[in-house]
Design a protein around this ligand. Structure first.
Ligand code: SAH
Length: 281
C-alpha cells in the first residue's frame, strides 16, 4: 500500500501529468484539496473509489484517511495543487506516515508560478540580465524566517515570485520600495490556467491599488521582475551558432574567442547527453 502525493497542476485539469492522472484513475481512495483542485481533476476517479475532500480536515483527520486505507491495503491518490515541493504540507504529512510505517511516493506537478509564466507567454530568466528565480511569500500570519525577508531577497534583482501574498500586497510594496524604484514592474496572475484567469500589469507604485480595484485576494501569483521591462537582450548560448556543447557542434567560428576554450560544457568526464547548465529549451 502506498500514498501517492500527486501534483494536480495549477487548475486546468489537462495540466496534471499522465502519471498523476493514471494514479487518480486507479487508486481506490482519492483525497484531494477541494479548495484549489478543481473537481474535473478528480472526475477521473473510478466509480467505486472513495473520494474525499480534505478542505475541512485537520492533519489528524487526513492522517486517519491514510491509516484506514493502510488497514484495507488500499492505495491512496493524495491530490494537491501545483507541485508538492512548494507550500504543500508534504513535510508534515509524510512525517506522520513515516512514524506509522506507511510508504509514500511523490508525483510532480506544474506549479502555479510556471502556469503564471505560461499565461504571460514569457520566460522569467533573460540571458545575461536575470538568471535566477526566487520563490517565496510575504510574511503574515505564517511567519517567514528573518533571514529570508523580502528586502534581502529583492537585493538580488532576481525574478521574485510570491505565493500566498495577495492580501499582503501593500506590505510587499512597502518593503520592496526600499530596494527598487517605484517604476519596478510587477505582474499579477490570478487563477492561472483557469477559465477565469486574469492578468494585472503594473509597477510597485500602482499594483496594490490595481489589485484592490480588481478584487484580487487569493489564488494569485505576484511576480516582481525587471524581465517585464527588458526590451534589449542578447541571444542565449543554447542556440548560439558559435557555441559548441555536448549535443551540438558550432557551425560558425566565433571571431571573439576560441570555441574549444570557451566551451563550458564538453569535458572528458561529461556523459554523452548531460543535464548541462545551459539547457534552457
Ligand atoms: N504547491 C502550489 C502552491 C500552493 S500555495 C504550487 O506549486 O503552485 C497556494 C498559493 O499558490 C496561492 O496563494 C497562490 O499564490 C498560488 N496559486 C495556486 N494556484 C494558482 C493559480 N492557478 N494561479 C495563480 N496562483 C496560484
Amino acid at each position: 500500500m502506498t500514498v501517492y502525493f500527486i501534483g494536480a497542476g495549477p487548475g486546468d485539469p489537462d495540466l496534471i501529468t499522465v502519471k498523476g492522472a493514471k494514479l487518480v484513475e486507479s487508486c481506490p481512495v482519492v483525497l484531494y484539496t477541494g479548495s484549489l483542485v478543481p473537481k474535473a481533476v478528480i472526475d477521473r476517479a473510478r466509480p467505486d473509489a472513495l473520494v474525499l475532500n480534505s478542505a475541512d480536515m485537520d492533519l489528524n483527520e487526513i492522517t486517519q484517511v491514510y491509516v484506514n486505507a493502510f488497514e484495507q491495503g488500499q492505495d491512496v491518490a493524495r491530490v494537491q495543487t501545483g507541485d508538492l515541493s512548494i507550500y504543500s504540507s508534504l513535510a508534515e504529512q509524510t512525517r506522520r506516515l513515516k512514524a506509522l510505517g506507511i510508504d509514500w511516493k511523490v508525483i510532480p506537478g506544474v506549479s502555479s508560478f510556471q502556469a503564471a509564466a505560461a499565461a504571460l507567454s514569457q520566460e522569467l530568466t533573460i540571458p545575461e540580465q536575470c538568471q535566477t528565480i526566487i520563490l517565496s511569500r510575504a510574511s503574515g500570519r505564517t511567519p517567514v524566517p528573518e533571514k529570508e525577508n523580502l528586502k534581502s531577497l529583492a537585493a538580488h534583482e532576481a525574478t521574485l515570485c510570491l505565493f500566498l501574498s495577495a492580501t499582503l500586497i501593500r506590505k510587499v510594496v512597502r518593503e520592496l520600495e526600499d530596494v527598487y524604484p517605484v517604476t519596478w514592474p510587477v505582474v499579477v496572475v490570478e487563477k492561472a490556467s483557469h477559465p477565469e484567469q486574469r492578468i494585472i500589469r503594473g509597477t510597485l507604485a500602482d499594483i496594490a491599488e490595481k489589485m484592490h480595484q480588481a478584487g484580487i485576494r487569493s489564488t494569485a501569483m505576484i511576480i516582481i521582475s525587471k524581465v517585464f521591462a527588458i526590451e534589449e537582450f542578447a541571444d542565449s548560448k543554447l542556440y548560439d551558432p558559435t557555441f559548441s556543447h555536448a549535443c551540438r557542434k558550432a557551425t560558425v567560428v566565433s571571431d571573439e574567442c576560441d570555441n574549444e576554450s570557451n566551451n563550458e560544457i564538453v569535458s572528458a568526464d561529461q556523459p554523452a547527453i548531460p543535464e548541462h547548465p545551459n539547457e534552457q529549451g
